[in-house]
Design a protein around this ligand. Sequence first.
Ligand code: ATP
Ligand code: MG
Length: 431
Amino acid sequence: MKNRIIDWARDKFRRPKKTAQASCNVITRADHTISREQISPNALRVLYRLKDAGYAAFLVGGGVRDILLGCQPKDFDVATDAHPEAIRELFRNSRIIGRRFRLVHVFFQNEIIEVSTFRANVIEETRTIKNSDTGMIFRDNTYGTIEEDAWRRDFTVNALYYNIADFSVVDYMNGMYDLKHRLIRMIGDPTQRYHEDPVRLLRAIRLSAKLKFDVESETETTLKSLSHLLQHVATSRLYDECLKLFFCGHASLTYQKLLHYRYMDALFPQTMSVLQTQKNKTYEKLILLAMDATDARIQSDNNVNPAFLLAVLLWPVLQDQMSKMKNKKDKFFFRLFQMISDIIKTQVDAMMIPKRLQFAIQAIWILQFQLEKRRKSRIYNTFQHRYFRAAFDFMGLRVQAGEMSPECFNWWEKFQSVNADEKQKMIEVLK
Ligand code: ATP
Ligand code: MG
């Protein structure tokens, strides 16, 4: 049995076949647009120190891709032939991280530069055994050449290497071609690469939304059929990816692509089941409004609280369950808390949500009922609640989506704008 699994895994995880298109192109400085001015000074410092110590040093990944596209990279990643210990020795302000693959974080005042050693995608026969039925790689801590490093990356546009030694761009995967044609193309066989690490499914969707790129046909066909693989991803990693999906400044488009490729069902199963069974379009509108609001806040450099968006995404579930609640007067809040806790628990089975966010989601929801009730004795309590502002904004979206009339929202809006005497008068005339 053991041998059969090893054989299967060996076959399944062989290195991607090299195709005719995979030859190494070196684009000299005169033929590309990356200038050192566009690279963060800290990343440059890291690159130069590695080079001066005799190592190969390249900027790689989103940093190269985004500069070539004329946008500001989110972060800068460096790849080198120096091993983690050697990198660690070169930078006092660094730390080796990672269990599965060790890489080095070099810390600067407000930036972390991630430095990884070239590595190869290798299966280790004894270790892959336990989890090989999911097709995922569990050990890839094997160093390799720059070419092997390029093969283990996800998409061709993410495998461009900017060489600090001569300022050229090294392209093993025809990434430049795909960049020009605005295509997200998986390196190697898409089915195999998605199985190795199903998070790549979400990365393909996120990148195509962020860059407004098409997904290359084979990469896309496979993407459409593999959403079930997400169940094999650690729920904490899914949460991290979910943040990247919705807080990259392109939440609205990302959400629509997630719907299109049917990935929302894997991430928010309860929500999708309610949206699919109800004919009511209000909740779809509410979610779209929240995505737009998130993008607008990021655009204007405002803080975003993931709990707010999660509260919106799960709100249809709570509403659906509330509509089935009989005898609402009987222990209403007790039953409401129970319902909320069950919904969050079920969601956490699909995707981890940190405890503090669970608490915030619950608070935003409970406040909806308190804002609506406006009990005289609780007005100030509600108003001074830590999550009042989030709950008020949440109600604003519900009004905009047509879920409720604006009367209550307008009352609270006015309440915030008037002085203490006026506030008191507003409370006195409440029923
Ligand atoms: P951005 O930082 O803009 O979100 P990115 O492509 O830089 O996009 P990172 O998560 O910073 O994404 O990863 C840096 C690089 O590491 C990627 O460009 C890719 O080459 C590689 N990489 C990241 N995640 C994976 C993965 N799951 N499988 C293969 N390669 C990956
Ligand atoms: Mg990056």
